[in-house]
Design a protein around this ligand. Structure first.
Ligand code: SF4
Length: 229
């Protein structure tokens, strides 16, 4: 019997599952590629990744919900997927898509003009999108085939906002995909019993390590400075 190719590939997956060869497609979250690739690889290997549920993320979700109610005329929380290679997908959720534009909403508390506080944290007037926000919206644009996006920064105190346009940058997107490839290689090393020492934080940030559950492992393997004294 001649079957359509979609049905044939479906059948192939069923046969593989019956023969014990099935391996579920694995996902790498866009937001996990901006901080520590080693942590991302360990999370995938241990099946431990869950998108951020810290208090800031919760406030963000509540405010997104409010925005969706009051503005309405865009698609909110749009799931995004991109095949990296067989068995591996890059996934994420664009906060909103309005026609040809991807929108990201960031709700920020400002600390005022004090000693040691970066200018971008003084107030909304000095605010600017972080490197992570730009590379993430750029990734969503690349995955959705869009050319332009806007990052909205809201002042959590009063909800005044500013808008920052972002043009799609193909080179930045390719670089982002290469991070995903490095994570895949690291997961494959973990699966073969090796620890991928070579994979590390993006921009090496102490705060990322300080909050990380794998800190004792890295402290033991190659980060003496992370040992709790
Ligand atoms: S401790 Fe630091 S280097 Fe090690 S996995 Fe965590 S964030 Fe990455």
């Amino acid at each position: 019997m001649n079957l359509p190719k979609e049905i044939e590939s479906f059948n192939e997956r069923i046969r593989n599952a019956i023969n014990g060869n099935h391996r579920p497609e694995r996902r790498i979250w866009v937001t996990s590629l901006s901080y520590c690739l080693r942590k991302t690889a360990l999370d995938i290997y241990l099946n431990a990744y869950s998108p951020s549920r810290n208090w800031e993320a919760r406030i963000g979700s509540a405010l997104h919900g409010w925005l969706a109610d009051v503005v309405g005329s865009a698609e909110f929380e749009v799931p995004v997927e991109y095949q990296i290679r067989d068995g591996w997908k890059l996934v994420g959720k664009a906060e909103a898509v309005k026609g040809p534009y991807v929108l990201e909403f960031k709700f920020k508390g400002f600390e005022g003009n004090g000693e040691g506080i970066p200018r971008k944290n003084y107030d909304l007037e000095h605010a600017e999108p972080s490197r992570e926000w730009v590379e993430q919206i750029n990734a969503y644009m690349g995955m959705l085939g869009k050319e332009k996006g806007y990052i909205y920064i809201f002042d959590r105190n009063g909800l005044d906002f500013r808008v920052f346009p972002v043009e799609f940058d193909e080179t930045l997107f390719r670089r982002f995909l290469r991070r995903a490839e490095r994570v895949i290689e690291a997961v494959e090393e973990l699966e073969s019993g090796k620890f991928p020492r070579w994979i590390s934080t993006v921009g090496r940030k102490d705060w990322v390590c300080n909050r990380c559950p794998y800190r004792p492992i890295c402290a033991e393997i190659d980060r003496e400075e992370l040992k709790v004294r």
